[in-house]
Design a protein around this ligand. Structure first.
Ligand SMILES: *Cc1c(COP(=O)(O)O)cnc(C)c1O
Length: 353
């Protein structure tokens, strides 16, 4: 038939619901409730469509030099792509070879990782979390035949942060010829980034996104930071797939956003405040909340199933995320929103549970 064998074997990732219905309060996909920097609006108001006649810069030179400045790196230590999901897919292709063993990642983590493994035929091993749902670096290190390691910090969907000291201890004790990838999608909500370790460890790659702390999920932009050889490998993959994954307007928007970090520090501090308040409010109502350093919390209440909680909230117009995975079925993940969103959430919780 006209469908390939490869297609039949695909096991696609299932993204969170995007109902396209403004009547829902969306607390299910960790978007930022506060909107991008006002400088993004200025770009959209003044952008000359004439600029769209030409292809974008395939090397993203301006954006890479702005990001390099922000982190004290060189532009050739920066790669970017169409969302960090695309960057991650290039990373899996470039660095994780089954001949070397299994890629390892935590048992409960970003569920796109096993999807990429299946897509590229990479074998993997999930490493159980500790009983408090934190990552157990000793089990990572005890594992043999490792092709590489990837984990989000803070982890998703738990929200639990690995302190930078522990991150460095892990990298130090990890095989030097195997890559450690840290997915820092949520690091700006209270964690310490591993970027300062990049010049010390050639086998460290840090992945970041504009979708969460920069409030630009709609432009699809993510990037990778690491030593120049790793970055050159990612360019080789990109240019074997699509030379222009980032469009001209997205590049301009991102450059404007990066120039306004003061704005982002302010809104993300507010998210941290709202996270603390929501955590206390839930605990007061007898809910158990894992300690989060992200823009979401992972919570459960004894005697309630996560799918029941999800359904009840949806009936009342609030979307939260439930993962039907063994070991975390009784949890729901709730994105931190504005004061008003959190008040609506708590008022439903108080009447329904
Ligand atoms: C949201 C998220 C991403 C994807 O980000 P995009 O840049 O929007 O593709 C990657 N990793 C983790 C852990 C995430 O939660």
């Amino acid at each position: 038939m006209m469908f390939s064998k490869r297609l039949k074997e695909l096991k696609p990732y299932i993204p969170g619901e995007q109902p396209g219905d403004a009547n829902y309060i969306k607390l299910n996909t960790n978007e930022n409730p506060f909107g991008p920097s006002p400088r993004v609006k200025d770009i959209l108001n003044t952008f000359d469509p004439e600029n769209l006649r030409l292809y974008p810069d395939p090397l993203f030179k301006n954006l890479r030099s702005k990001l390099a400045d922000k982190y004290g790196l060189l532009p050739n230590q920066v790669f970017a792509g169409n969302g960090s999901d695309e960057v991650l897919s290039f990373v899996f292709f470039a660095f994780f070879d089954t001949l070397n063993g299994n890629l390892i990642f935590p048992e409960h983590t970003y569920s796109f990782y096993p999807v990429y493994c299946d897509f590229y035929g990479i074998s993997y091993q999930k490493i159980p979390l500790k009983s408090d749902f934190s990552i157990d670096i000793n089990s990572f290190l005890k594992t043999h035949e490792i092709a590489g390691l990837i984990f989000p910090n803070p982890n998703a969907p738990t929200g639990i942060l690995m302190p930078l000291k522990e991150v460095e201890d892990l990298i130090q004790r990890f095989p030097k010829d195997r890559l450690v990838v840290i997915d820092e999608a949520y690091i700006d909500f209270g964690g310490q980034s591993a970027v300062p370790l990049i010049d010390k460890y050639n086998n460290l790659l840090v992945i970041k996104t504009f979708s969460k702390s920069m409030s630009l999920a709609g432009i699809r932009l993510g990037y990778a930071l690491g030593n120049e050889k790793l970055i050159a490998a990612l360019f080789a993959v990109k240019d074997s797939f699509n030379s222009y994954p980032i469009d001209t307007l997205t590049l301009k928007i991102a450059e404007a956003a990066v120039s306004d970090m003061g704005y982002y520090d302010k809104i993300n501090k507010k998210i941290i405040q709202n996270r603390k308040k929501l955590t206390l409010d839930l605990e007061q109502k007898g809910w158990n909340v894992l300690p989060s350093s992200a823009n979401f919390i992972f919570t459960r209440k004894e005697g309630l199933s996560g799918s029941h909680v999800y359904k009840k909230f949806k009936e009342k117009g609030i979307l939260v995320r439930h993962f039907n995975h063994d070991g975390i079925k009784d949890f729901v993940r709730i994105t931190i929103g504005t004061d008003e969103m959190m008040e609506s959430f708590m008022s439903v919780l108080k009447t329904e549970f």
